[in-house]
Design a protein around this ligand. Sequence first.
Ligand code: HEC
Length: 454
Amino acid sequence: MKTVQSWKKMRKISMLAGGAVCALSLQAVQAQDDQITYNTHVAKILNENCVVCHQAGGIGPMQLTTFEQVRPWAPLIQMRVANREMPPYAYDHGIGIQDLQADWRLDQDEIDTVVAWVNAGSPLGDADIVPPVAEVRDVNAWNFAPQYGEPNLIIASTPLDIPANGNDMWSKEYVPSGLAADRCIKAIQVKPRGDARAVVHHANSSVFVENEFGELERYGQLTEYAMGKWGEVPSEGVCRTLPANSQVLWDIHMFPGGVGATAQGEMIKDNVVEIGVWFHEEGYEKTAYKQDLSLYGLREGYEADELIVPPHGYLMTQGFHSFDHPVRIDSFQPHGHLRMNAASLEVFYPETGRTEQISQISNWSATWHHSHLYEPDAAPLLPAGAVLVIKQWYDNTANNPNNPDPDQWVYGGSRTGDEMSHAWIAVTHLDEDGFEKMVAERKAKEERAVAGND
Ligand code: HEC
């Protein structure tokens, strides 16, 4: 049974359960049949896919909860939707794995509906047809609360004031997790509290435990946040452990002055970032494979000599990684800054010489960081020795709309104006038996599907 529903699916279900108030007469339905109107078609699409951000206090610059609010924006909505810029989820269609959890992309028929509606003059439609009311949520609420309730554990950073102007700021500190026993993570979200959303560029968190000499030793990565990220749900049957008595090392990168239109020129007081963790029941690890989230890519040495983008020029980087045991690749999240504009993940199989496309993001932008979570049935299963190939592209010309200054030489580094080249990848570590079993299960499922279609 699939228990992890995508965000979009969850919302669609909860909207249906919420009871659409439909007062339509037969004549009205017939009259409206061939016309696309706000009330009949468009409100539903916007409510399910846009209002989550475009509501009072949301991160979107305007509200899209009613016809009156939507109407003046219709031409811009048409453009952003037709270009697949809104909802913000850049991930190529038709290349690699398309079965993703928490996939924000609209279906082509939804895009066509919005486009046709605006071309028709964005009509309201029959006033008797009342569209489902937009589900307005608390923008400070936890994203997984509808499925899992409040987090079992919240780990907060120490409050810090961020000035209205100035250079990039970093905060690194240890905070105790307060956990008494090892637990497997069911879901995890990093959430800047309140106005902090506007100034926190990214926040990494790693886990440390005391060794036998009483020294803190790195246990692994906990999670990673960058602007616009929703959260992570490790798939069923895997255990990503948060160990007992651990310390969490925060590494928070802040950008005084805010981002885009939000909080520009404002001081942010008591900036706090929180990690919410939901756990599986105790003992879950006994039947689960270990999963970890790690950074892969051109990490060592790029600071000085490997990652250099010339003024008005381009760059492409490649990173490789292979494992000495079989694995399943559960998620992919490329990372770069203002010049990076594309990324891809491939797998090379040395035995056959074949390369397989896994994911491609041709229109990558640092405004939105998504961890692309593969549906468990689609997640790549790699035999030992298969090679992950991570490619990233950089555009330092004036054609890149995110580029603040094409005259600069850009080097690898941590500041927003520097570049990075790596990807966060969640990996489930299997043994030969587990691998064979998963491959066989998939094959059986495919055969059943084919038989069912006959
Ligand atoms: C995850 C949050 C989120 C979702 C979901 C979302 N938006 Fe946005 N939207 C934003 C943010 C933030 C901006 C401002 C930054 C930008 O333009 O990229 C924006 C900008 C826009 C703009 C441009 C406004 C301007 O002044 O240029 C339009 C139009 C828009 N969104 C429409 C939509 C529509 C229509 C949907 C749903 C189909 C949608 N958005 C879904 C967050 C979101």
